[in-house]
Ligand binder design. Structure first.
Ligand code: SF4
Length: 386
């Protein structure tokens, strides 16, 4: 797997232990690690010069040694249904997406909404699910652990630039879902390092049980994840309840067919005692037949899994469309009548290209068009000289 090559290491990718080691190598006492991490994660300060309880030489060393701003916010889009989408640019110009989804909490008053942050783990994706914008331009690289953590810090700064308010904002986040661009389990080591930082008391101190890792179905890594001590939640993108239908839209199914995937999911569920979520995007004429609903119900019952039905979100350049609402309801009814816990989600963020990867794709296309125009103009200018 290709690794990003930032000019300097990213501070947000350091654990307490690794930072202590680096500090010891630089001749600094170990307790400085905790002070620095407090500035970064508790006080949300990204400027080494503002870390006022550090000696001047250490502040200078931090600034010279580490990249403290690995993700630059280039675009924010807010949808009418209160979904925010952030487009972030990394040190090499790569673009990634981070999404904040707010859902009103019934009975708690209009002030409070449940906030979920959806983060990316790769630039592009190699898995080529047929319905997904992230896979359209292929895989470019894995994100470093610090780039994964940086997305959460970018959201905190977006909420309110004032440090004190930003701290409250992060405390009010309810969930993190690793469901953005890329296949998280294909970037396993960086993902686990990032989530360790997110979970640690010296880091963002965010409970593992409020973090959901969503995979397209990498069976060996699901087994690996089951053996980890931290009990994250697991969501599996099923999108087809038989190998025949699933393989049509998810090439990964050829490598890990249901006979391999489902036992891995069960092993995770047995180990952590958590209800798994099966994601199922409803695509008209592809996977919305009632036989699919019945097969899905059998799988979900067997795994004691919850099913999330998501009507397909149109992606520019792809031919699929969502079934009409009557069909969606009838599909959900089959699951409910079979005793399966299932939610039919009306997609959020439709008007801001919320289907993962679309905003990045649109921006990259616009950039490529602008570059092409520049080249054409300069060729035109040269042409005039001939
Ligand atoms: S759905 Fe996930 S695994 Fe499939 S192409 Fe999109 S980002 Fe990759």
């Amino acid at each position: 797997m290709a690794e990003p090559a930032p000019s300097r290491p990213i501070l947000f990718g350091e654990t307490h232990d690794s930072l202590s080691t680096r500090l010891a190598e630089a001749g600094e006492p170990a307790f400085r690690a905790r002070q620095i991490l407090d500035w970064v994660y508790k006080k949300r300060v990204a400027d080494a010069n503002a870390m006022s309880n550090l000696p001047a030489r250490l502040r200078a060393w931090l600034g010279e040694t580490y990249d403290l701003a690995p993700a630059r916010l280039v675009l924010t889009k807010t949808s009418s249904d209160v979904t925010d989408k952030l487009l972030l640019e990394l040190h090499d110009g790569a673009l990634i997406e981070t999404v904040v989804i707010r859902a009103p909490m019934l009975g708690v008053g209009s002030e409070r909404s449940r906030k979920t942050i959806c983060i990316s783990t790769q630039v592009g994706c190699a898995y080529g699910c047929r319905f997904c914008a992230s896979g359209l331009a292929g895989w470019k690289r894995d994100l470093a652990a610090g780039e994964i953590v940086a997305q959460l810090l970018a959201v905190c700064r977006l909420e309110d630039p004032r440090t004190e308010r930003a701290r409250e904002e992060l405390a009010s986040f309810d969930n993190i879902v690793v469901m953005g661009m890329g296949e998280p389990l294909a970037n396993y080591d960086n993902l686990l390092r990032a989530l360790t930082i997110v979970n640690a008391d010296w880091g963002l101190h965010f409970g593992a049980r409020r973090i959901t890792i969503s995979t397209s179905g990498l069976a060996p890594q699901i087994h690996q994840l089951a053996a980890e001590p931290l009990g994250f939640r697991l969501a599996v993108s099923l999108h087809g309840a038989t190998d025949e239908v699933r393989a049509q839209i998810m090439p990964i199914n050829r490598k890990y067919p249901l006979a391999e995937l489902l036992p891995a999911v069960r092993a995770f569920s047995d180990k952590h005692g958590r209800m798994i979520t099966l994601e199922f995007i409803l695509i008209a004429g592809v996977n919305d037949a009632f036989e699919q609903a019945r097969a899905l119900a059998a799988i979900a019952r067997d795994l004691h899994a919850h099913v999330n039905l998501i009507p397909y979100n149109t992606v520019e350049g792809l031919p699929w469309r969502r079934p009409d609402e009557a069909r969606q309801d009838a599909f959900a009814d089959i699951l409910h009548r079979a005793g399966v816990s299932a939610t039919l989600r009306r997609e959020k963020g439709h008007d801001i290209a919320a289907a993962c990867g679309q905003l990045r794709l649109q921006t990259e296309t616009a950039r490529a068009d602008a570059k092409a125009r520049q080249i054409t103009q300069s060729v035109g200018a040269k042409g005039e000289g001939h």
